[in-house]
Design a protein around this ligand. Structure first.
Ligand code: GUN
Length: 173
């Protein structure tokens, strides 16, 4: 997709294309459309992330709650977004054994009970062992720190999704 195309898309098309950069939060893309034109990938990222940073804590937690659990019930039911399905598959989470799935389900439940939102991790460059390890580690973090960490992961996921959409090289992000 070239720059001219990105800036000339109509509202509906822009939201269709960028609506899941932040998982299940098309409102962010809708708001960003009103702020076009964007000069490049970095500019677009800056706008998406400024929206998240400007939200009150309840809104930031709401963004986290739009994410499905990793290796959770949505994966089993086949109701993940295409992006989440790809990312979870890349981390090997779509082919877990029963024991691993149970262990992750327990950790996910503990994490939700402690923080009030699901565990979010940019899963694409991770693997099943690292996901479990990181989940167990972050469960012990202070709440304020964990909110910052989780939002950082949302931004990493968004960066990668934007890079995919713009056909940029994700390694340079
Ligand atoms: N990391 C990458 N995609 C996802 C997702 O859909 N949910 C969670 N929890 N983490 C992710």
């Amino acid at each position: 997709m070239d720059k001219k195309k990105k800036n000339s898309m109509d509202f509906g098309e822009f939201v269709d294309v960028f609506g899941n950069v932040i998982e299940r939060c098309p409102l962010i893309a809708a708001k960003k459309k009103t702020q076009r034109p964007f000069s490049d990938l970095e500019d677009l990222k800056k706008h998406f992330f400024a929206f998240i940073d400007a939200l009150p804590q309840a809104g930031q937690e709401g963004i986290l709650r739009c994410h499905p659990d990793l290796a959770g019930s949505e994966l089993r039911r086949g109701t993940l977004t295409a992006e989440s399905q790809r990312e979870q598959s890349a981390a090997g989470l779509t082919s877990l054994g029963a024991d691993e799935r149970l262990r992750l389900a327990e950790l996910n439940a503990q994490y939700r009970a402690r923080f009030g939102f699901p565990f979010v991790l940019a899963a694409r460059f991770s693997d099943r062992a690292a996901v479990s390890r990181e989940l167990a580690r972050r469960l012990l973090c202070p709440s304020a720190q964990e909110l910052r960490t989780a939002l950082g992961e949302v931004k990493k996921i968004g960066s990668l999704r934007l890079a995919d959409l713009l056909r940029a090289d994700p390694a340079k992000l």
